[in-house]
Design a binder for this molecule. Structure first.
Ligand code: 5GP
Length: 303
């Protein structure tokens, strides 16, 4: 008697599980879940059995445009059986397949990733304040932390304002291809954007802001198709000089050097996707957010 009851219960659960799995696969196909996040979550024994029990083959085939043959090729390359489940992968297989999943996600589902926002403009124009406004109002926007050989200023924190590195360390970052872009700014110090954290944040769907100089902006534009570049301009050159002086973080020689760079940078604003004049922080910040969201919508309908 109790046997019969259990069988019925098990069958009901089986039906439920299959239905849940079908729904989940559909949601994956529709891009309602981020592939890499789902993949990573499957490692955790507490994750929903619907995810952990999903066959790796089905998981890969949920990527629009990724068919049976390509799926088999990937699985063969990493030595994973098509019938393996997401929750049942061995450590090495999991690590090897993760790289493939990440690459597929970036290649086939770029519209689910965040947008890279390049913000350039002369020193003292107020980029930092605008970025703080944007990230406090819109949590889906984050600022990338650059590496620099410039000495740390009082009040600056390692890993928050910059990663302060030696010229030797900076050189290794360049040589190992770990920088998305880099430049010598104000003819003096090296500054560069670490690539891996930016890519990881974009994978999470964050819009990543790079506050960099025009040389770096140009490199990013070439390397990253899905980016929006914005030049933040002052209302006038005089206003810029006044703001730089009022900020009081540089001595006169440094200010003169920065204004020299500013003059050269202002001449290059046409190389950007958009120019935003910083009259007020809120207006400038909102304009940048609107530009990014519009570009994201345009991409989503195109891809
Ligand atoms: P500061 O020394 O005042 O912190 O920064 C000087 C300038 O360096 C900034 O205005 C910004 O344009 C530029 N900068 C900061 N980080 C980067 C970076 O990662 N790459 C490039 N190319 N420029 C940067």
């Amino acid at each position: 008697m109790s046997q019969a009851f259990d069988a019925a219960e098990a069958s009901r659960r089986g039906v439920e599980m299959r239905r849940a799995r079908a729904n989940f696969k559909k949601a994956l196909r529709l891009g309602q879940h981020r592939l890499v996040e789902v993949y990573d979550s499957a490692e955790n024994p507490d994750t929903d059995p619907v995810i952990r029990g999903l066959r790796v083959e089905w998981f890969l085939r949920s990527i629009p445009g990724f068919g049976v043959t390509k799926t088999r090729e990937v699985l063969e390359r990493v030595g994973v059986s098509p019938t393996a489940t997401l929750g049942g992968l061995r450590v090495r297989q999991r690590a090897a397949l993760r790289i493939e999943v990440q690459n597929l996600y970036r290649r086939y589902l770029p519209h689910l990733r965040g947008v890279l926002v390049v913000l350039a403009g002369p020193s003292g124009v107020g980029k930092g304040t605008i970025v703080s406004w944007i990230t406090s109002q819109y949590p889906e926007f984050v600022l990338s932390v650059s590496a620099t050989t410039r000495p740390q200023r009082p009040g600056e924190r390692e890993g928050e304002h910059y990663f302060f590195v030696s010229p030797h360390q900076f050189q290794s970052l360049i040589e190992n291809g770990e920088l998305l872009e880099w430049a010598i700014v104000h003819h003096e110090h090296h500054y560069g954007t670490p690539r891996a954290p930016v890519e990881a944040l974009l994978d999470e769907g964050k819009n990543v802001i790079l506050e960099i100089d025009v040389q770096g902006a140009k490199q990013v534009k070439r390397a990253m198709k899905r980016s929006v570049s914005v030049f933040v301009a002052p209302p006038s050159f005089e206003v810029l000089a006044e703001r730089l002086e009022a900020r009081g973080t540089e001595n006169e020689a440094e200010r003169t050097r920065r204004l020299g760079t500013a003059e050269r940078e202002l001449r290059r604003q046409r190389e950007f996707d958009a120019v935003v004049i910083n009259e007020t922080v809120e207006e400038a910040g909102q304009s940048i957010v609107d530009l990014v969201l519009a570009s994201q919508r345009a991409q989503a309908t195109k891809e």
